[in-house]
Write a protein that binds this ligand. Structure first.
Ligand code: ADP
Length: 670
């Protein structure tokens, strides 16, 4: 036995050591893991930032290649190039405007002519010139407008080409204005607008620019229906480039706008069309205003090779005009230069809106500053690099959206590890405690068993000795008197009954252990079972001089196994006898209470301490007493009694006080 326990405790120590060791290793690694986690996460972030930057660079390159794809065929005619450029510009909203620049620095698109001071040969005839001069003398020096009109009419009638006609019509219009002859103003200037819109004067200034303001001035309600189509027609020609734009176009557009507003023209389709045309023209003018000078200057430069080229041979040239955030995509065709101005911020915004960020684990804030201004925040997880060689000073700056992300991750992980370690620790302690408890219980049981064996031996020995002694006396004929012989025989019978009871308890317990008890319930009067138990023990009660106070209801019938219940009663009654000490009173009651039958067996004996009252029902348990002398027993009587009562769905309880006695109550439901 001892050896067995030693090996158990050795095993336990090995187990505890294993648990503690593995727990410590786990704890060590989890702490280690947490400190590595920060470093690893930072590395991962930097890696992702690098990838993200590369992804943006590639996306930008890709965008530039898409914009310029299919363009750049050296020998394409300007019209074809313009068409392709315009379509591309419509497709991408970050393209501000396409342009075509002639080798001499003039815009072929938008068609813009500055007003040159070079006097152009107009090819007018001598006769025309002299008559026209006379007209001018009459108009400006003599202020004789009628005479001037006559001269100009003569010029018109003798005009040999569109230049002559337009010049004469323009002068006639002017005189008509001075004569306040609206009908003539309308006739002369509408002729210019409709027929000679493309004709310019000696300064290459289109006559139509003189005509339109005057037409607007005489536009009364009566004339609207005639003037609106004229304005529309002229704007269309300007839009399509047949009437070149110049520095006074803007002023003309202002006049037309004011005219539309003041004359409160109805919002017809025509007016919507006119407004659209004005808007388009405005854009073209703005483009020329902002970028014209820079582009013309660029043409004269020889450092084209220093610019970065996209896949389709377009150069990316940063613009200094406007807000400085735009750039040109320019290609050199054989006879001209063409390309777009592009809004860089809008282009970068488009990149940001693309799904590039989706494939990354962490969330980032991305900015595109110019030059190395980033990193000033002092954060170490800010990535900064050149966005793309197309834009040498355009940076990309990537930083984590959530600044506390890493700390949060580490904190969260620390919590998880902390709680897990704590749980592990608790489990370990609990495991060890359970094992120790089991060992203690095992030891206790082993001791109880060994006590049990010596108790049983003792219990068997006492009655057997009596039986043998009395039987021997009888056998040898030593007892002469018939009464004494009867007494001797009674001792033999009662002692063997006692043996039987004890053996029954042991057998019942062994069946209990193997779960093999069998019950044979029958409908029976419970008082019969109780009275039989009392009569079986009558010999001992009389022997020891007990006074029995019995209060028994004889009408109670229940369905029980009579033998088993008889065992319960004899166990309780023999205990009452055994543990009565000096008292000689035992009370027995059997009565019905609500839906149960109650049996009480009460003694006034030594009693049971409160802390032992539940344990006495445990197997082999016997209360240890120094004072009460030797009362033998197996510690199974109450265990068997409780088992039997519970098998009948009943309950057995004890009420007891040390020195005052004990009352055992058995309740069996009906
Ligand atoms: P045994 O009587 O053989 O020791 P039991 O299971 O019948 O075993 O009883 C268990 C213990 O309960 C006894 O050892 C005794 O100490 C205590 N006990 C039982 N009945 C009484 C009683 N009527 N008065 C005092 N103690 C009792």
């Amino acid at each position: 036995m001892n050896h067995k326990f030693k090996s158990v405790s050795r095993l336990t120590i090995i187990f505890i050591l294993a648990v503690v060791l593995s727990g410590s290793v786990l704890a060590y690694f989890s702490i280690n893991n947490i400190s590595n986690l920060k470093e690893l996460t930072e590395k991962k972030i930097i890696e992702e930032q690098r990838e993200l930057s590369a992804a943006f660079s590639a996306a930008l390159q890709n965008k530039l290649d898409t914009i310029t794809a299919g363009l750049g065929n050296e020998d394409d005619k300007p019209e074809i190039t313009l068409d392709a450029l315009a379509r591309r510009a419509n497709e991408f909203d970050f393209i501000i405007h396409p342009f075509i620049l002639n080798r001499n620095g003039n815009f072929a698109f938008p068609n813009f002519e500055g007003i040159h001071d070079r006097v152009q040969r107009t090819g007018l005839s001598e006769r025309f010139i002299s008559s026209f001069r006379e007209g001018e003398a009459a108009e400006f020096a003599e202020k004789d407008f009628r005479k001037a009109e006559k001269q100009y009419l003569y010029c018109l009638n003798n005009a040999t080409g569109s230049s002559d006609s337009a010049k004469a019509l323009n002068a006639l219009g002017r005189v008509a204005v001075k004569l306040n002859n609206d009908d003539d103003v309308l006739t002369r200037y509408s002729a210019i607008a409709l027929k000679y819109f493309h004709v310019c004067d000696e300064n290459r200034y289109p006559y139509v620019y003189y005509a339109l303001p005057q037409l607007l001035k005489i536009s009364t309600t009566y004339h609207h229906e005639k003037i609106v189509p004229l304005i529309e027609f002229s704007l269309e020609k300007m839009e399509s480039g047949l009437i070149p734009l110049n520095y006074s176009t803007e002023e003309l557009l202002v006049l037309i706008r004011r005219w539309i507003k003041e004359s409160a023209l109805p919002g017809s389709d025509k007016m919507i069309h006119i407004n659209g045309l004005i808007e388009n023209l405005d854009q073209k003018l703005q483009f020329v205003n902002i970028y014209g000078k820079e582009l013309t200057e660029l043409l004269g430069k020889n450092n084209w090779d220093t610019y970065y080229k996209t896949a389709n041979d377009f150069l990316t040239v940063s613009s200094t005009s406007g807000d400085g955030n735009d750039f040109f995509l320019i290609h050199r065709y054989t006879d001209y230069l063409a390309g777009f101005s592009v809004n860089r911020n809008k282009l970068l915004d488009t990149l940001l809106k693309a799904d590039i960020l989706k494939d990354f684990n962490f969330e980032y804030i991305i900015e595109f500053p110019i030059g190395y201004s980033a990193n000033s925040s002092g954060d170490n997880l800010v990535f900064s690099s050149q966005l793309n060689p197309c834009f040498p000073d355009q940076m990309i700056w990537i930083r984590l959206k959530d600044k506390d992300l890493i700390n949060d991750i580490v904190r969260r992980r620390a919590w998880i590890y902390g709680i897990a370690s704590l749980m592990l620790l608790v489990a370990m302690v609990l495991g060890v405690a359970l094992i120790l408890r089991d060992i203690a219980r095992e030891k206790h049981l082993a001791r109880l068993r060994s006590d049990f064996i010596s108790n049983v031996t003792h219990e068997l020995k006492t009655p057997l000795t009596s039986i043998r002694m009395y039987a021997e006396s009888l056998m040898l004929g030593r007892v002469k008197s018939a009464t004494t012989r009867n007494d001797y025989l009674a001792v033999v019978v009662n002692e063997s009954e006692r043996l039987k009871r004890m053996i029954n308890n042991i057998l019942e317990f062994s069946k209990m252990e193997k779960s093999k008890q069998e019950y044979h319930p029958v409908e029976i009067r419970l008082s019969d079972v109780l009275l039989k138990a009392i009569s079986d023990l009558k010999y001992w009660l009389d022997q020891k001089g007990f006074e029995l106070a019995a209060e028994i209801d004889r009408d109670i019938t229940v369905e029980v196994d009579p033998e088993k219940l008889h065992q319960v009663y004899t166990n309780l009654l023999s205990n009452a006898i055994k543990y009565s000490g000096d008292s000689r009173e035992i009370k027995i009651r059997l009565y019905r209470n609500a839906n149960e039958t109650v049996t009480e067996i009460e003694d006034a004996g030594i009693g049971i301490a409160r802390e032992n009252q539940e344990r006495i029902f445990e197997e082999f348990y016997r209360v240890e007493r120094q004072d009460s002398g030797e009362i033998t027993g197996t510690g199974l009587g109450l265990t068997v009694a409780r088992e039997i009562v519970e098998a009948h769905n009943g309950k057995i309880v004890v009420e007891s006080e040390i020195g005052k006695g004990s009352k055992f109550t058995v309740r069996i439901p009906e």
